[in-house]
Design a protein around this ligand. Structure first.
Ligand code: SF4
Length: 356
């Protein structure tokens, strides 16, 4: 798919925009002041494939904690600030690689200008995070609701404020909990501006419903070439956000890393517990920077074909399965040894690919 050009923006040791790989983001749910728990969570998310992490900065102690957190992580650290411009400044001074603000709730222009001056001095970008839930009353009255035109106009006004202060190091998000509104807002915005876009459907729900809403919203935009970084907001552990984001990118062939499971829906021909096997394998997958396809198929109808296209796979038989590696049947295993054997084979593949 053809991606739409956006301006390149540096965030710590990563860049987004200008056709750079789409970065996966998440947000910690630890108390930012609890430095050890926050560092541990960030490093776990980073190991899973999170590229950029955001933390809430609700008070001075949280802003000051950023310095220590940053010293102990390898991915860019974004400070999420609402209402208090002093916290934004303190967060930048304590090493934030980017700040996320909604200029609409920071206060008068003078306060925004102070943030901008410190961001310029530290050469860090600002994300303007427009959210349909906190649109300016004037814009809401003008458009009579939280429609895409209102969201885009809000973003345009905030951009103008930053531009007036000579600041152009900007990332934008235009989130709504309504999927069609989110999609249309980003489409409209990307026709007017070239600032890199942080995609997401806000407050999208639990792991199940949020994954569906986000996949449709974010997936539609990505498939149109829109978007430079994504965050899947889920009422779940942040590790789920990272896994879903990676799977969305993989599904659109925008990501060539991690383990992809191809499994059949099962039917009356199946004589092994494919559902249980696929779920157990997925729960215990190792992380890898390589792209490895694993096929878990129920029988000989589509099984051998799919398994042959994968790096490693099984095609179920009677309480057993054929083990197929890179297109070649390499053995037959009893059902109770399938997980153990596949795990061993996956680890071998990771080792082989790493050594290659
Ligand atoms: S691979 Fe076999 S068991 Fe699985 S859905 Fe297809 S026919 Fe049914």
């Amino acid at each position: 798919m053809n991606r739409i050009y956006t301006k390149e923006i540096r965030i710590g040791n990563k860049s987004i925009g200008n056709f750079k790989p789409i970065a996966v983001q998440s947000m910690t749910n630890t108390d930012t002041k609890d430095i050890v728990s926050t560092i541990n969570q960030i490093n776990r998310l980073s190991d899973l494939g999170c590229d950029i992490i955001r933390v809430a900065v609700p008070d001075e102690d949280a802003a000051k904690a950023l310095r220590k957190i940053k010293e102990n992580i390898d991915i860019p650290l974004v400070a999420d600030i609402h209402f208090n411009y002093r916290l934004a400044i303190l967060a930048i001074e304590n090493g934030a690689d980017k700040i996320r603000i909604n200029p609409g709730n920071i206060g008068d222009r003078g306060r925004v200008k102070e943030i901008v001056n410190v961001a310029k001095e530290h050469k860090i970008p600002i994300r303007i995070g427009v959210n349909s839930g906190s649109l300016d009353e004037r814009v809401l009255t003008k458009y009579k609701g939280k429609i895409p035109e209102a969201i885009v106009e809000s973003a345009s006004e905030y951009i103008k404020i930053l531009n007036d202060f000579g600041f152009d190091d900007i990332v934008v998000s235009l989130k709504s909990s309504d999927v069609p509104t989110t999609i249309e807002s980003y489409r409209m915005f990307s026709k007017k501006f070239t600032y890199p876009l942080h995609l997401g459907v806000t407050e999208s729900g639990t792991l199940w419903s949020g994954t569906i809403k986000s996949s449709i919203g974010v997936g539609t935009l990505l498939s149109e070439g829109i978007g430079d970084t994504i965050r899947i907001s889920l009422t779940a552990d942040p590790s789920e956000e990272v896994k879903v984001a990676l799977q969305i990118l993989r599904s659109l062939n925008l990501l060539q890393r991690g383990i992809e499971i191809i499994s059949c829906p099962t039917c009356g021909r199946c004589n092994i517990d494919i559902v249980g096997l696929a779920e157990e394998l997925e729960r215990n997958l190792p992380t890898t920077q390589k792209h490895i396809k694993v096929a878990i198929m129920g029988c000989a109808v589509n099984g051998p074909g799919e398994a042959k296209d994968a790096d490693i796979g099984i095609a179920g038989g009677h309480k057993s399965a054929l083990l197929i590696k890179k297109g070649i049947v390499i053995g037959k295993i009893p059902e109770d040894r399938i997980i153990e054997t596949l795990t061993e084979e996956i680890n071998n593949l990771i080792k082989e690919e790493t050594e290659a």
